[in-house]
Design a protein around this ligand. Structure first.
Ligand code: HEM
Length: 417
């Protein structure tokens, strides 16, 4: 679809949001946070600490005034997600909400319930399935075309880093010329937790751009996601522009960055276990188990953050009103009481709920799309790269980071075709 809207880059050409964001979520931090969390488990479930400082990540400058608690025990983590009247998402109004705007993530019921119902219709399994052949598969195959003849690749830097983002650009039908700046600004939004000025600059520029696109697509002739949201109604009224624009601001990070990390960790886990790789290669009904195990083993988002709206007690520890509570979903996924040898990637373990998509009212709205993208990506690599295996000339892939985790590289060999 043609557009007259133009996206404008950061004023400062030297600002690198990718680097700033990586530092903010400590993706370069190589100590395994799960070692420390496992050691703390026997001392209790609730601790009055900032997990970021504890685990070596950068503090969130927008939340520095709030007392902080970390929740480690599985049933207590579930309790936090099940009680939104006490543990509120309004905490996000203080950090990423400034940059994203009024997204589902910053809302509590009843506002959240009202809008969530509507956005959810756009990401139901039957709607998402329609994107599979037309949109997801071509993006994946185009990227594989670039290295299929080489016999070697770095699956992170040549594939996973791009594919979920390219899918979103197609869903939104963005002009190809705008994409590089668009991506930079989208990552710039999340820098707000350490760099407020650049986060707000990105918010204004993306907001202006999306408002223009939304106006242009209100006529209903398009079939892209922006056109669909432009036409969506709630109680007989069109969805307010501010709500659509905020959702779109969040989408690129919520959908792109998370799926990039999840798929990279999937490849790291599966390729590091050649027996399991062979089993999946030979029996594709195991693909779903390989994906769920990757999401359990290395959830891309390791923490669910909330703010207390009243005094409360968890596991005998009193948490006053207006405190930051961090439910450590990564710890839930590695709880030895739930999963035998939790640090091992094992597609054959008994399926059990994990928390990679969180839980409760705010559970990930895009989980069906994420699973579909990962399924197509893994199947396509296994179909098109015969004898796919890790490249022994490089160190084994290592998933790194505190709040958000990803391996920096997954080097592979295969029979070139
Ligand atoms: C493997 C990939 C993904 C992971 C690990 C993931 C993880 C999460 C998590 C943990 C939450 C809950 C945050 C909270 O409790 O406050 C969430 C919410 C959300 N996710 Fe995802 N996500 C993924 C993919 C996607 C995709 C593809 C979309 C695209 C639509 C998406 C859109 C959203 C939105 C809009 C929310 C906010 C829901 C609400 O607050 O009601 N996510 N995601």
């Amino acid at each position: 679809m043609k557009t007259t809207a133009r996206i404008i880059d950061f004023e400062d050409p030297t600002f690198d949001p990718f680097l700033t964001f990586e530092k903010a979520v400590s993706s370069d931090f190589s100590d395994d946070p799960y070692v420390k969390l496992a050691a703390m488990r026997s001392d209790g479930s609730v601790f009055p600490v900032d997990y970021r400082v504890l685990l070596g990540s950068a503090p969130d400058v927008t939340l520095k005034d709030l007392p902080k608690f970390m929740v480690l025990g599985s049933s207590d983590i579930q309790h936090v997600f099940e009680n939104p009247a006490i543990f509120s998402n309004s905490i996000f109004k203080r950090n990423i909400g400034h940059a994203f705007g009024r997204t589902l993530t910053v809302m509590d019921a009843p506002e959240h319930t009202r809008y969530r119902r509507l956005f959810q219709t756009a990401f139901r399994p039957n709607v998402v399935a329609k994107w599979s052949d037309d949109l997801v598969a071509p993006v994946i195959n185009n990227l594989i075309d670039n290295f299929v003849g080489n016999g070697r690749a770095d699956l992170v830097n040549e594939f996973t880093k791009y594919y979920p983002f390219h899918i979103i650009y197609k869903q939104l039908d963005l002009p190809a010329d705008d994409i590089a700046i668009f991506h930079k600004l989208a990552v710039g939004l999340t820098c707000i937790i350490v760099d407020v000025a650049h986060g707000m600059e990105a918010s204004k520029k993306l907001g202006d751009y999306y408002h223009l696109l939304l106006e242009e697509r209100r006529d209903g002739s398009g079939t892209d996601l922006i056109s669909l949201l432009a036409q969506a109604e709630i109680d007989g009224e069109k969805l307010p522009a501010e709500i659509v624009v905020s959702f779109l601001r969040q989408l690129i990070n919520a959908a792109g960055d998370t799926t990039f990390r999840a798929t990279s960790s999937l490849f790291a886990g599966l390729l590091s276990n050649p027996d399991q790789l062979d089993a999946v290669r030979n029996d594709r009904s195991l693909v779903a188990a390989a994906i769920e195990e990757a999401l359990r083993w290395e959830p891309p988002v390791t923490v669910g953050m909330r703010m207390t709206l009243s005094d409360t007690t968890i596991a005998g520890v009193t948490i006053p009103k207006n405190c930051e509570v961090n439910a450590m979903v990564g710890a839930y996924n590695r709880d030895p009481a739930r999963y035998e040898n939790p640090d091992q990637y094992n597609i054959f373990r008994k399926p059990q709920r994990h928390m990679a998509f969180a839980y409760g009212q705010h559970v990930c709205i895009g989980q069906h799309l994420a699973r579909l993208e990962m399924t197509r990506a893994l199947n396509a690599l296994l179909d098109r790269l015969p004898n796919l295996r890790l490249n022994p000339d490089f160190p084994a892939p290592k998933v790194m980071g505190v709040n958000m985790r990803v391996p920096r590289e997954v080097h592979v060999l295969f029979d070139a075709t």
